[in-house]
Structures are given as C-alpha cells and as structure tokens.
Design a protein around this ligand. Structure first.
Ligand SMILES: Cc1cc2nc3c(=O)[nH]c(=O)nc-3n(C[C@H](O)[C@H](O)[C@H](O)COP(=O)(O)OP(=O)(O)OC[C@H]3O[C@@H](n4cnc5c(N)ncnc54)[C@H](O)[C@@H]3O)c2cc1C
Length: 392
C-alpha cells in the first residue's frame, strides 16, 4: 500500500509550518494542557484570529459558515502542524466540538448565528455536560430547565468545565422531562455566558493550574430558539458532540515533538558516567514510543478520513482518544524515569531538563484518561459498538 499526501497537501504543510515558525515560534507544548492565565489566553486568541484571517482555522467548513470547503485531510495537516509546534489552532471546543455538532443538528438560523463567529475566532465555547454526580453516567444529570413563555429557565451546577473562566458561550445539557427515562428527558442548550445567573469558580489541578471550573446556574434564562435539536432529545446530539470531542491528531503531534526533544536530551546527556542514548533500556523505550506515535497518528488519520467521507466517527474516535491519552502518560512516565533524579525537578528550577515539560506532562496527563470520557468508558464503547459485544 502506498500511503502519502498529495504534492499540494505537502506544499500546504510547508506553508503552515513556515507561518507558525515565523509568527508563533517552535518551542512545542509546555506539557500542561489547558490554558489558565489571562496573558496566555489573550495571546492564544490573538493568534487564532490571525489563523482565521488566513482562512485556516475552520478550513473544512462550508464557505457559507466561514470555512473554505477544504478537505478534512488538509484541515488535519494544519492541526497537526499547530499541535507539533505548540501553537493554537489545533483545538478549541467551538472549532472541534460544538461547531461540527451544530452543523449536524442545528437549525439554519443557529448555523448562521453561531458558526461564523467561531470560524473568525471571535468567540470561545466551553462544555457544560458533567455534574458533581454525573460523569461517565452522564444521562443521570440533574441540572433542570423549565419552560417559561418563550424561554427555558436553567438551575443547577456543572463541574470540570474547561475554559469556562474565559468562554463566551457554553453548550449545556439540562433535564427538561424528569418523568421520562433518563436518556429521553434531556435538552441541549446553546447559552451566552454573559446571561444573568451564571457564575464560575476555578478548580486548581494538581499541576497547579486551573484549566477547569465549577459552573453554577441560578435562574438562567435561555431563549427556546437556542435549543439544539429537539427538546428532550438532547442526548442524541450530545453523543455527536462527544464523538467529535474524542477525535483529533493533536496529542500524537504534540507528543512527537516532545519525544524528539527527549531523544535529543538522551543523546546529549550523561548520567552516572553513561550517556543515556547508549543505555539499551533507554534506546528500546524511545524506539517503542516512536512506533506508538506513528501508530496513533494513523488511527487519527483514519478518523479524519471518516469525517471527510461524511461519517461521524464513533468507536473509531474512542480508539484514537484512548490510545492518545494513554500514550501521553507513557511518554511522560518514560521521560521522567530516564532523567533520574532530575526528573523530579519542577518548572522554574534551574536544573530541570527541557524546562520540566515532561514533569509537567507527567502530572498533567493523569487527567487525560479521565477527560472526555475515561479509558474504561472508551473500552466499553469499542467493545459494544466496535466488536458488537453485549453490554456488561
Ligand atoms: C482535565 C479534565 C477536563 C474536563 N473538561 C470537561 C469539560 O470541559 N466539560 C465537561 O462537561 N466535563 C469535563 N470533564 C469531566 C469528564 O468528562 C469526567 O470527569 C468524566 O466523564 C468522568 O466522570 P467522573 O469524573 O464523574 O468519574 P466517574 O464517572 O464517577 O468514574 C469514576 C470511575 O469509575 C469508572 N466507571 C464509571 N462507569 C463505568 C462503567 N460503566 N464501566 C467501567 N468503569 C466505569 C470510571 O472509568 C472511573 O475510573 C473534564 C475532566 C477532566 C479530568
């Protein structure tokens, strides 16, 4: 099998790479994941606007909604380059999750209102699905929405809401029919974060950053016209959002860069009188990780190809998410172990190798097998929908 990109795609990759190097830098990801400080957030938004001006941010979207009608493969190449260099553009809930979901389930009016501002990077979205008592069993959620005239009124609490402290909009699931079976009484809302009654409280994670938050709803009014899909059928639109959330090449591209930096470190560093690159165990581990990053990339390419063919990836997206999040942990664990005692030094410390990127990733990546559905949940999806096994 010959598997390669077209000459035009290769040329596009070079163009993106040159732009990012010249305008963002090539330091790669800091290993920490989500942004929690205002300065980085503002720098990120400003750069996204520049990408949007070039038409790159949502290039696979239709022209009428702010895209270019480009292939999904080309969009994936763009995201791969962004993630490799740690530049914004490879993610974002608006671009990756709610935008594509609105395209599938939204009314024409919703598409016109919500999609162009995402494409031009004017707005940022966050996701209000999880609650203190509802994560894996999301359909048990308790946040209530009741109809009052032409508005719904929302009351309740969400948790782990990534980016809520900066977001302009939130996509929220709330129970609208408490008497119906749990999957059939949920409605999906598109909500302005400036609506009176919403408050956000950051949660500090163990790597010291606050990527996510608690979000409270106290009599928050949302117009009926902001219901995505049918009332009480929000569960099915939410499943589409999750399938999009679990897709993506970014984790493999960012990991590849970090692995290259680790490999250079091992080439240049002698610990206990032996150069790391000469240790058989280190060499074998680096080789294994290189193979795994290539495998992950191909799994992500398959998901992208499916999107391009108009399919919604399901267990295939779970494969990608599971493999990527566990690989992120394997890379970080291998890296800090190779560094010996230096692997315990945190950022800001003079002797921390590679600016402590691997240490931060080691701590930060613990949550990656929980976020967007735990590894157990992904394996259950693959078992039932991929392998056709009965529910356990
Ligand atoms: C970094 C991060 C960012 C996040 N961002 C967001 C966000 O922006 N918006 C949002 O809505 N949510 C977000 N989440 C929440 C995330 O979706 C949930 O944490 C996740 O779905 C797990 O739910 P839970 O934490 O309630 O754990 P639980 O569901 O209580 O799970 C606890 C344990 O039980 C296991 N388990 C549960 N059910 C089963 C089962 N059926 N079979 C086998 N094992 C099972 C789980 O795998 C896990 O090990 C984020 C989480 C993290 C860590």
């Amino acid at each position: 099998m010959e598997f390669q990109f077209t000459a035009e795609d290769q040329q596009f990759r070079q163009e993106v790479r040159a732009f990012i190097k010249a305008n963002w830098g090539e330091s790669g990801s800091g290993g920490g994941g989500e942004v929690d400080d205002l300065e980085t957030h503002q720098r990120t938004r400003a750069f996204e606007k520049r990408l949007a001006e070039r038409g790159w941010l949502t290039m696979a979207w239709p022209n009428e909604y702010g895209g270019q009608g480009a292939s999904h493969i080309r969009q994936m190449i763009f995201r791969e380059e962004c993630a490799y260099f740690g530049a914004p553009g490879s993610g974002g809930q608006g671009i990756n999750m709610i935008g594509p979901c609105i395209m599938v389930h939204g009314t024409e009016d919703q598409k016109q209102r919500f999609l162009p501002p995402i494409a031009s990077a004017e707005v940022m979205w966050c996701q209000g699905f999880s609650e203190p008592g509802s994560g894996s069993d999301l359909a048990s959620l308790q946040t209530r929405a009741t109809l009052d005239g032409d508005d719904y009124v929302i009351n309740g609490q969400k948790i782990w809401t990534s980016g809520a402290q900066f977001a302009d909009y939130i996509h929220v699931l709330a129970r609208t029919d408490p008497d119906a079976p749990k999957h059939r009484g949920i409605t999906y809302f598109l909500l302005d974060m400036k609506s009176p009654g919403i408050s956000v409280r950051p949660i500090v994670q163990m790597h010291g950053r606050s990527g996510f938050n608690e979000t409270f709803f106290d009599n928050v009014r949302v117009p009926r016209s902001n219901v995505l899909g049918e009332a009480n059928r929000g569960w099915y639109a939410a499943a589409t959002t999750l399938d999009f959330e679990r897709s993506g090449v970014s984790v493999f591209a960012a990991g590849k860069k970090l692995l290259e930096e680790l490999t250079d470190f091992c080439r240049d560093t002698t610990i206990g009188g032996v150069r790391l690159a000469e240790k058989p165990g280190v060499r074998a581990q680096l080789a294994e990780l290189a193979i795994e990053h290539e495998v992950g990339r191909l799994i992500a390419y398959r998901v992208s190809w499916m999107q391009g063919a108009g399919k919604i990836p399901n267990y295939e997206a779970s494969m990608s998410k599971l493999y990527g999040s566990e690989l992120r942990q394997r890379l970080a664990q291998a890296g800090v172990n190779m560094m010996g005692l230096y692997g315990g030094l945190w950022e800001g410390t003079r002797w921390a190798p590679l600016d402590a990127k691997l240490q931060v990733s080691y701590v930060g990546s613990v949550s990656s097998t929980i976020a967007a559905g735990t590894s157990e949940v992904q394996r259950n999806i693959m078992a039932t929908r991929g392998l056709g096994l009965p529910r356990g």
